[in-house]
Each structure stands twice: as structure tokens, then as C-alpha cells.
Design a protein around this ligand. Structure first.
Ligand SMILES: Nc1ncnc2c1ncn2[C@@H]1O[C@H](COP(=O)(O)OP(=O)(O)OP(=O)(O)O)[C@@H](O)[C@H]1O
Ligand SMILES: [Mg+2]
Length: 252
């Protein structure tokens, strides 16, 4: 069953009356529950815009074409209020943003705990989960550092810990390994895969890195505001029998 399904997803950014950018030109996309999917494509092709719409951060444009549809586990979420969308995001989704989005005045642990607070988890239980998430990304000893006291790669890992802390159903990560060396990058992917296997989490990773793409079950390729290839789920392909088994036993 699709956990996320979108149709007629369009987004035009309007900078002035004459200056507009059609970032998404009508996208149809379906992501199965438990899939680990990469979204790849050239810079400016609409990957982050699509991720923000799938993550209910932005609403698709309602005008200039067929009505947009967006379903989360079969429920229509295209027209929900901002408040309803915020609640769903806090409880069911974890985000890693391309520019990290860490709060500069808070420590690494406090940044991670923000996600817990939004989901209504507080106190000792939250603190322990926060420290565990930081330990998972190898930053237990940096819990009290503020973002400016961390390297770019470390900030990225704090953002990943924040996305994982509530064990959300869906992880949406925008270039989560963009600032990491190949060893760290492999570790982060292994972590996503572990969460994906152990908790059945759906993972959507926007990436420029073909190695990240190869580590996923499927690669969706975008170009110029459209999906040009939906890809094939390698796990499902591997599960299917290679050749049809004969129904009648053949004497040997
Ligand atoms: N807030 C905005 N206002 C105006 N234009 C925007 C805005 N955000 C994105 N765009 C434009 O929309 C297009 C798609 O942007 P988007 O960020 O989705 O691309 P992307 O595929 O994520 O690129 P990258 O790989 O560089 O992150 C780009 O041409 C970009 O300039
Ligand atoms: Mg982007």
C-alpha cells in the first residue's frame, strides 16, 4: 500500500508579476510503505520542492490545472489546515533539511529534543531518547555543543538525530550526506536502512550522490520540474521469481 501518493502536484514560485519559476509542473508520485527511495536529478529540478510537499511543509498549487491530490496512508491531506498538517508532521514524519535548520542558540541535544517536544514527548523519557539518537550518529560527546561549535558534518548528523528521535513512520531527508565523507555517509545510510528494516520506516532521500541512490530500493529521477523515471524497486524485483515455474511437472 502506498504511504504517500501525489497527483497533479504543481508549484510555481512567484518572485514578481513577471518573474515566476515553475518548480513542479505536474508530478505524479507513489511511495510504498517500507520503501527506501532516492530522489535524484540536476540542481533546480524540483527535488526539494517535491520533498517539502510530500512532507506537508508546503501545499501544492491548487490552480492552473487539475486539482492536486495528496494521500497519506490513503487519507487525503491536500486540503488540510496548517494546524492539522503540523500535527501530522510532528507525529509521523522526521525531516533532515538541506541546510540543517538547527536553532543556533540551542545545544545539539536541545535541537534534537525540539522534535520530541513538537510530538508531545517531554521530560526524562525525551532526554534519554535524545541522547540515544545522538549516540546513534556518533555525537554523544557533543550533546552540549551549539551548532556554531560543531563542524558542518556534525551539524548534519545532529539534524539526522533530530529526524530519527521519535522513530517516525516516514523519514524525509534532503541531501543528508552532502557534508559527510564517504565513511560517515555509509554510516548514515546504514542507520536509515536499519530503521527501515527494524521499524518498517519509509525513507525518502533526496541526493546527488549515486552511491546513496544505489543503496536505496528505488531511484526516482526528476528533470525540469517533472519525474522522468519512477524507477523500479530492486527489493521487489529480487523477490519475484526469475522465470515462471511450470505448472505441470516435466518428466526428467
Ligand atoms: N522559495 C523559492 N522562491 C523562488 N524560487 C524558488 C524557491 N525555492 C526554489 N525555487 C526555484 O525552484 C526550482 C526548484 O528548486 P528546488 O529547490 O526544488 O530544486 P532542487 O532540485 O532541490 O535543487 P538542488 O539540487 O540545487 O537542491 C529552482 O529553479 C529554484 O530556483
Ligand atoms: Mg534541493
Amino acid at each position: 500500500m502506498a504511504i504517500l501518493e501525489g497527483r497533479n502536484l504543481r508549484k510555481t514560485y512567484r518572485l514578481s508579476r513577471k518573474n515566476t519559476v515553475e518548480a513542479l509542473k505536474g508530478v505524479e508520485v507513489s511511495i510504498e510503505k517500507g520503501e527506501m527511495v532516492a530522489i535524484m536529478g540536476p540542481s533546480g529540478s524540483g527535488k526539494s520542492t517535491l520533498m517539502h510537499i510530500l512532507g506537508l511543509l508546503h501545499a501544492p498549487d491548487p490552480n492552473h490545472g487539475p486539482a492536486p491530490e495528496l494521500y497519506l496512508s490513503g487519507e487525503n491531506v491536500a486540503t488540510l489546515s496548517d494546524n492539522a498538517r503540523t500535527r501530522i508532521r510532528a507525529r509521523r514524519m522526521g525531516f533532515v533539511f538541506q541546510d540543517f535548520n538547527l536553532v543556533p542558540t540551542l545545544t545539539a541535544l536541545e535541537n534534537v529534543l525540539l522534535a520530541s517536544t513538537y510530538a508531545g514527548i517531554r521530560g526524562k523519557q525525551a532526554r534519554q531518547a535524545g541522547l540515544e539518537a545522538l549516540t546513534l550518529v556518533g555525537l554523544a560527546d557533543r550533546a552540549d555543543h551549539k551548532p556554531a561549535e560543531l563542524s558542518g558534518g556534525e551539524q548534519q548528523r545532529v539534524a539526522i538525530a533530530r529526524a530519527l528521535v521519535n522513530k517516525p513512520e516516514i523519514i524525509l531527508a534532503d541531501e543528508p550526506t552532502g557534508n559527510l565523507d564517504s565513511d560517515r555517509s555509509a554510516e548514515v545510510l546504514a542507520l536509515f536502512r536499519q530503521f527501515n528494516r527494524e521499524h518498517g520506516q519509509t525513507v525518502v532521500v533526496v541526493t546527488h550522490d549515486s552511491e546513496v541512490g544505489e543503496a536505496c530500493d528505488r531511484v526516482i529521477r526528476m528533470r525540469d520540474g517533472r519525474i522522468r523515471d519512477h524507477g523500479q524497486n530492486v527489493a521487489q524485483v529480487a523477490d519475484a521469481p526469475a522465470t515462471a515455474t511450470p505448472l505441470v511437472a516435466v518428466p526428467v
